[in-house]
Structures are given as structure tokens and as C-alpha cells.
Design a protein around this ligand. Structure first.
Ligand SMILES: [Zn+2]
Length: 221
């Protein structure tokens, strides 16, 4: 049975993302003073950046990264083309190839208009600053209308808040707590998040990814 287009799209763009790889890769790549290290020795640090068929990243937030196994499988299933590779190679009786660092889907996947509701995306929407006082430190999340008053965990009811503001507000509404939000929370589009993201580039970029990440950014004078 042929699945509807919507469902197939989600198969490709949703389930194969591993955003936690960004975090893990970033931690693994922290340079240690005095110790030259080969960050690609561990295959876990070799995710592939996934580009759409138009050679733009499939997703920016989270950055579309697949684990090396998924990338190689997709190569063999002829779903992707290899654009760039790591120096690191994998060998087996039936396989001998460099680990792909950038791959491009052969079939164009239409990007969704709205980003996933994730903690990272929420921080990004709020520019990594407390929406009550502007503090960029000790960030957490505030239910604008508290959960005990029926407030839901949605783009429209969750705002970035620093721990002190969160404590101070407690289980009250902003009005009850006499605290003002800088901006009413709304659901951002992918485009809006991408614009925000230009100020906060991902801290982990393999050299061969750079060309594909920000090609559409106008250089600032
Ligand atoms: Zn605050």
C-alpha cells in the first residue's frame, strides 16, 4: 500500500533526525589544551549533514544530522548522493568506504513551515534571554499561565525565563506577579527561527559542512 505523501515526508524528515548528535559531537570536540586529538577517530563523532535535493540543509534547527550508519545505509539504498566525506573510512568484507560527512537527498522533501517544539527552538525564539528581565544566564522555562491554572505546554504559553524570575513568579500569572513579558510568546515559523539562528550559529561544524549552512546569509559590511 502506498502511504500518503504527508506520512512519507515525515518518515524521511522526522524519524531519522538525531539532534542529540549535535550536542554529543560538540562535547566531543572540545579541544583539550596540549593534546592534539583526532576527533574523527570515534565514528560516533562522524555524523553526516543531510542536505535536501536543492543542497540546502534539510533542517537547520535541529541541524539535520544522521549517524554514520544511517548515512551509509541511505547511500546503498541510493536515496542520497555523497557530497563530501570524512578522512575516516569504514571497512568490512563487503564494504570499504570513507564515512560521508555531507549527503544530499535525491528526492526533494518539502520543508515544513513550522519548526519542532523543542527546548532549543524555544530558547532560540527567545534569543537565549529571560523574557522577563533579559538575563541570559541560568535559563529555564516558564509557563506563562501556570499549569495548575490550566496553562498548557505550547509555543504560546511557554517563555524562556531565568531561574530567579521563574522563582519570583512562582505559580502565578504575569499579571498576578506584576511581571511583564518582553514579547507575547507565539509559534515561530521555520523562517523566523532561521533568522534568529544566524546570531547563534551551531557551535559544531565540520569544515565540509560550512559551505552548505550559511550560503544564503548576506555578508554584513
Ligand atoms: Zn529573569
Amino acid at each position: 500500500m502506498v502511504k500518503p505523501a504527508q506520512e512519507r515526508r515525515e518518515d524521511t524528515s522526522g524519524t531519522m533526525f538525531h539532534p542529540e548528535l549535535i550536542e554529543r559531537a560538540a562535547r566531543a570536540r572540545q579541544p583539550v589544551d596540549g593534546f592534539p586529538h583526532d576527533e574523527s577517530r570515534n565514528l560516533a563523532n562522524c555524523p553526516a549533514l543531510v542536505l535536501n535535493a536543492d543542497y540546502t540543509p534539510l533542517s537547520y534547527y535541529p541541524l539535520s544530522l544522521w549517524p554514520w550508519q544511517t548515512a551509509i545505509k541511505a547511500v546503498f539504498l541510493e536515496r542520497v548522493d555523497i557530497v563530501a566525506s570524512y578522512e575516516r573510512a569504514v571497512h568490512s568484507p563487503s564494504l570499504d568506504m570513507k564515512v560521508p560527512s555531507v549527503i544530499a537527498l535525491r528526492q526533494y522533501v518539502r520543508p515544513s513551515e513550522f519548526p519542532a517544539f523543542t527546548r532549543f527552538n524555544l530558547f532560540l525564539r527567545d534569543r537565549f534571554a529571560c523574557q522577563y528581565c533579559g538575563n541570559p544566564q541560568h535559563l529555564t522555562f516558564d509557563h506563562v499561565v501556570p499549569r495548575r491554572l490550566g496553562g498548557r505546554t505550547t509555543w504560546e504559553n511557554v517563555a524562556t525565563a531565568c531561574a530567579p524570575c521563574n522563582m519570583k513568579k512562582g505559580g502565578r500569572t504575569p499579571r498576578q506577579a506584576r511581571m511583564r513579558l518582553a514579547v507575547e510568546p507565539t509559534r515561530p515559523t521555520n523562517w523566523q527561527l532561521q533568522e534568529r539562528g544566524k546570531a547563534f550559529p551551531p557551535n559544531y561544524l565540520h569544515e565540509s559542512w560550512r559551505d552548505w549552512l550559511y550560503w544564503d546569509v548576506e555578508l554584513e559590511a
